[in-house]
Write a protein that binds this ligand. Structure first.
Ligand code: Z16
Length: 803
C-alpha cells in the first residue's frame, strides 16, 4: 500500500470547487455574504475530505496486516490549530492560498480564525500532540485517547498587571475536525460496592466517542485521536421522578455534565479532588473497554493481548489502567487473577514526567475506596502480591500512610517505565523509584522527548524552512537528521546573511504584532530574549526579571558602556490558585511598565509580556527569538520541549544543566551554548546550608540592589509594600536557589551581549544550533518507544522511503 502515489495532487481549481461546494451545501452560505468564519469552515471541510481516504486506508491496512496498535492514554492533548497543519502535511498550502486570494480573503486571516484546541496545560500535553503527529508520519498504527473537555485551559488577561482567568470555549462554534461517533459508547460506573468478584456501581455515565483524524507528513498515514465526552445514562431517574423527588431525579445528568466539562489547570501540581479522580477513571475505563472490544473483534484469545496491543500511560493520570484492566480481564472476561496481572503488565508502559513531590499523585484510600471500591480491593491485592514476591517491607508499597501512591502503582503494573531526558531518567532511578529500580533492574529506561519539525519548523518558520530546503532539499522535513548537512554553511558568509535575513523577517513580524496588540514599540534589531512556559518557581521567571532589573539599573548608571539592545519577552500562565506564581507575573508587568517608560534606556531595553500564551503564540514567537531562556533549578525540569523548538529555529540558549538542556548542549557543542549555574548534585548539597540565600545575596552587589529597589517600591510606587513578601522569600525561603545562581547568570548574560555585538560570530553559532538539532525530532523519540517499549513496527516499512 502506498499513500503517496494514491494521494492525488489537488489543483487550485479543484480545491476551489470543493470549498465552494461546502460553502453552499454544507454551510448553506452564499459566497457574496460569506464571512472569514464561513470560508474557514468550508476550507476545513474541503481539506478534511482529503484526509478521509488515507485515514480509511491506514485503518484497513492495520486490520488486514493484523498489526499491533499503540494506545496513548493522556489527560491532555495540547493541539493548537489544525487547519494549517493538515494543509502542510497534505501539500495543499499553496493551492489553498490561491483559493483564498480568488475569493478575496487572505489565507493567514482564515488560518488565524481557528481557535486553539487547548486541551492541555503545557509540556506534557504538547508532547502528546507532537507524538500523535510523529506516529502518523512514521506509520505507527496508533490511537490517542483523551477527554473532550468543553472548556480547555482558561484564557489569561492582565488587569493592573495581575492575571485574571476567563473560561475558554473552543466548542461554542462547531469544530470541523471532529466526527461524533455516538455508536461508540461505554458505560462508566462510580461508587457503590464491591461484591464478591465484581462491582455494583451506584452511579454511572456514558462515555461517547469523538474522533479526530491525525494526518502525517505527506499524507502517507493517518491515525485517530479519540476523545470521550460524558453523557447521562438516562436523562431522569424515573423512579425518583415519579415519586416526586425531582431534584434527585436529575442527578445522573448533573454528574455527566460536570465530568468532561473542564480541564484542571494545574501543570506539575495535583489537587486531590474527587472530580479529577473521576475524570481519570472515565478516560481510562472508556479507552480500555474500547481497546478490548476492538481486540475481540479480531482475535479470540485475550492471552495474546500484549502481542497486538501496547498501552502507554502519559504520567500517572491514567494509572488506574492497571487495576481497571485486571478488573475487565477477571470480573468481566473470567480470566484467572495471576494471568490477568501478567497480561496487564506486559501490555502497559508508564512515562514519568516529573520528580517534584507536589506533582506525584496520591489518593487517600478513603476516597479511592469510595469512588472505586472494586479497584481499591484490586490495588490492595496487587500490593500484597508484589510485597510477597519481592519480600519487601511495608514502606516500599503502593498503599502507604493511608494513601494510594499512583507512581508506585503505575511502576509495578508496567513492563517499562521511562523518563523523558537522560538526566531525568537517571534521577528517576536514584530518587523516586530508587528501591523499585533495585527490585526491577532494567525496567526504567530513558526516551528523551522531541518535537515535530513539521509544526515547529516548516509551519512556524516559512522563511527559514524555505532557506533550508533551497540549500539541502526537502528531506529534512521527514528525516530531521538530514539537517546536519547544513553544518558546513555556518562558515559561508552568504548563507549566514540569508539565515539572518530569515530571522529578521520573523522579528519584524513579531514587532508589528507586539505594536498592534500591546501598543509597545520594539526594535527588530535588538536581541529578542524570550522565556515562554508555565509560570512556576522552579522555572525561575523571577531570576530572569531580577537580572532584567540589574541590567536596567546598570544601563542607567552607565548608558554608554556598549550594551547590546534587548527586548525581554515573557509569556505564560500561572495555575489560578498558585499565589507565588501570580506575584511573579505581577512583578514582571510592574517592571515592564517602569522600564518601558524610561527615556534613559529607551533604545536599550524593553520588557513585554503578551497575555494568553498558547500554542499559536509559540508559533509566532519562537521563530523570532535570538536567545532562549532555559533557567530552571538543576534537577527540577524533567526535560523541557520548548528548549528544543528554539534550538531548531536557530536561537542560542542560556541555560542550566537541567533536563534536555544537557543533551542540547552536547549536540550543539558547549561552545555554542551559554551555560551557568549549579549542577543538580551541587543544588542538593547547597541546600544543606541554611544560609545559602543570605550568603549569596551578601556577596552580590547586583542582587542586593535588585532586592533593594523592589522592596522600596520602585516598581509599585502606588503600593510600595506590594513585594515585601516576595523579597522576604528571596532572603529566607529561596527554595529554588535564585540567589546562589544569580551572579553566574548575570555574567553569562554579559557574554551573550558580547556575542550579539559580533553578528558574524553570533550567526555562525545560530546556524550550528539549527544544523545540530536533528536529534530533537519527535520522530526519533517515537522510534525509540516503538523499539524499546511497544515492540511495534512501522506499517510503512518497505514503502517509498521518507523523502
Ligand atoms: C507537565 O506538563 C510536565 C510534567 C508533569 O508531571 C505534569 C505536567 Cl502537566 C512536563 C514537565 O514539567 C516538562 O519538563 C516536560 O518536558 C514535559 O512534561 C514533557 O515531558
Amino acid at each position: 500500500m502506498n499513500m503517496t502515489t494514491n494521494m492525488r495532487p489537488v489543483s487550485s481549481a479543484a480545491l476551489k470547487q470543493a470549498v465552494e461546494q461546502h460553502l453552499t451545501y454544507t454551510l448553506g452560505k452564499d459566497a457574496g455574504h460569506a464571512s472569514v468564519y464561513d470560508w474557514r469552515m468550508a476550507l476545513s471541510f474541503a481539506i478534511r475530505d482529503c484526509i478521509v481516504e488515507p485515514w480509511f486506508r491506514a485503518t484497513r491496512s492495520t486490520y488486514e496486516g493484523q498489526r499491533k496498535r499503540v494506545y496513548y492514554l493522556s489527560m491532555e492533548f495540547l493541539i493548537g490549530r489544525t487547519l494549517e497543519d493538515a494543509m502542510i502535511n497534505l501539500g495543499l498550502l499553496e493551492a489553498a492560498r490561491d483559493v483564498a486570494n480568488e475569493v478575496g480573503f487572505d489565507l493567514r486571516e482564515i488560518i488565524e480564525d481557528e481557535p486553539d484546541a487547548a486541551l492541555g496545560n503545557g509540556g506534557l500535553g504538547r508532547l502528546a500532540a507532537c507524538f500523535l503527529e510523529s506516529m502518523s508520519t512514521i506509520g505507527c498504527p496508533a490511537f490517542g485517547y483523551g477527554i473532550r473537555y468543553e472548556h480547555g485551559l482558561f484564557r489569561q488577561r492582565f488587569e493592573g498587571g495581575q492575571q485574571v482567568e476567563t473560561p475558554e470555549d473552543w466548542l461554542t462554534l462547531p469544530h470541523p475536525w471532529e466526527f461524533a461517533r455516538p455508536e461508540s459508547a461505554y458505560e462508566i460506573g462510580f461508587k457503590g460496592e464491591a461484591v464478591d468478584g465484581g462491582w455494583r456501581p451506584a452511579e454511572s455515565v456514558v462515555a461517547s466517542a469523538y474522533d479526530m483524524p491525525v494526518i502525517g507528513w505527506q499524507g502517507r498515514w493517518a491515525n485517530t485521536l479519540r476523545l470521550w465526552g460524558a453523557k447521562p445514562t438516562t436523562l431522569f431517574d424515573l423512579e425518583r421522578f415519579n415519586s416526586g423527588d425531582y431534584a434527585a431525579a436529575a442527578e445522573p445528568e448533573a454528574l455527566a455534565r460536570t465530568l468532561s466539562r473542564v480541564l484542571y489547570p494545574d501543570d506539575t501540581t495535583y489537587q486531590g479532588k474527587e472530580l479529577r479522580l473521576k475524570q481519570e477513571f472515565f478516560l481510562t475505563s472508556a479507552a480500555l473497554q474500547d481497546i478490548l472490544r476492538r481486540f475481540r473483534t479480531e482475535y479470540d484469545d485475550l492471552a495474546k493481548l500484549p502481542t497486538k496491543v501496547a498501552i502507554q500511560m502519559n504520567d500517572t493520570h491514567p494509572a488506574i489502567a492497571g487495576p481497571e484492566l485486571i478488573r475487565l480481564l477477571t470480573d468481566v472476561h473470567g480470566m484467572e487473577w495471576s494471568q490477568a496481572q501478567e497480561i496487564a503488565r506486559a501490555t502497559l508502559g508508564y512515562t514519568n514526567h516529573t520528580l517534584l513531590p507536589e506533582a506525584l499523585e496520591r489518593w487517600s484510600t478513603w476516597l479511592m475506596g469510595n469512588v472505586l471500591p472494586r479497584h481499591m480491593q484490586i490495588i490492595e491485592r496487587i500490593d500484597d502480591d508484589h510485597r510477597r514476591a519481592t519480600k519487601r517491607p511495608a514502606h516500599v508499597g503502593i498503599v502507604r500512610n493511608n494513601e494510594v501512591q499512583m507512581g508506585e502503582l503505575a511502576f509495578i503494573m508496567s513492563h517499562k517505565v521511562n523518563g523523558v531526558s537522560a538526566l531525568h531518567s537517571d534521577l528517576v532511578k536514584k530518587t523516586v523509584f530508587h528501591d523499585l529500580n533495585e527490585i526491577h533492574p532494567g525496567r526504567i529506561i530513558n526516551q528523551t522527548n522531541g518535537v515535530t519539525p513539521r509544526r515547529w519548523l516548516k509551519l512556524a518558520n516559512p522563511p527559514l524552512a524555505t532557506l533550508i530546503s533551497d540549500k539541502i532539499g526537502e528531506g529534512w522535513i521527514g528525516d530531521l537528521e538530514q539537517i546536519k548537512t547544513l553544518e558546513p554553511f555556518a562558515k559561508d558568509a552568504d548563507f549566514r546573511r540569508d539565515f539572518r535575513a530569515a530571522k529578521r523577517t520573523n522579528k519584524v513580524a513579531l514587532s508589528n504584532w507586539v505594536g498592534e496588540t500591546m501598543g509597545v514599540k520594539i526594535d527588530p534589531d535588538a536581541m529578542f530574549d524570550v522565556q515562554i512556559k508555565r509560570i512556576h518557581e522552579y522555572k525561575r521567571q523571577h531570576l530572569n526579571i531580577f537580572e532584567t532589573i540589574a541590567l536596567w539599573h546598570n544601563m542607567r548608571e552607565n548608558p554608554n558602556a556598549g550594551w547590546a539592545p534587548r527586548v525581554k519577552i515573557f509569556g505564560g500562565k500561572s495555575a489560578p490558585g498558585y499565589a507565588v506564581a501570580k506575584e511573579i507575573i505581577h512583578l514582571i508587568n510592574d517592571v515592564a511598565s517602569v522600564i518601558n517608560s524610561d527615556p534613559v534606556t529607551k533604545d536599550l531595553l524593553k520588557v513585554v509580556y503578551p497575555p494568553n500564551y498558547n500554542v499559536s503564540m509559540a508559533e509566532r514567537v519562537i521563530p523570532a527569538t535570538d536567545l532562549s531562556e532555559q533557567i530552571s533549578t538543576a534537577g527540577k525540569e524533567a526535560s523541557g520541549t520548548g528548549n528544543m523548538k528554539f534550538t531548531m529555529n536557530g536561537a542560542l540558549t542560556i541555560g542550566t544543566l537541567d533536563g534536555a538542556n544537557v543533551e542540547i548542549r552536547e549536540q550543539v557543542g558547549p561552545e555554542n551554548f551559554f551555560l551557568f549555574g549549579l549542577t543538580a548534585d551541587e543544588v542538593v548539597k547547597h541546600r544543606r546550608n541554611v544560609r545559602h540565600a543570605r550568603d549569596a545575596i551578601e556577596a552580590s552587589q547586583n542582587m542586593q540592589s535588585v532586592l533593594q529597589m523592589i522592596v522600596e517600591g520602585r516598581f509599585s510606587p502606588s503600593d510600595p509594600d506590594r513585594y515585601h513578601g516576595l523579597v522576604d522569600r528571596a532572603w529566607n525561603h529561596d527554595h529554588y536557589l535564585v540567589a546562589a545562581d544569580f551572579d553566574s547568570y548575570y555574567d553569562a548574560q554579559r557574554k551573550v551581549d558580547a556575542l550579539y555585538l559580533d553578528p558574524d560570530a553570533w550567526e555562525e553559532q545560530a546556524v550550528l544550533n539549527t544544523a545540530r538539532s536533528g536529534f530533537f525530532s519527535s520522530d526519533r523519540t517515537i522510534r525509540g518507544y516503538m523499539a524499546d517499549i511497544w515492540e511495534t513496527e512501522s506499517a510503512l516499512v518497505g514503502e517509498e522511503s521518507l523523502t
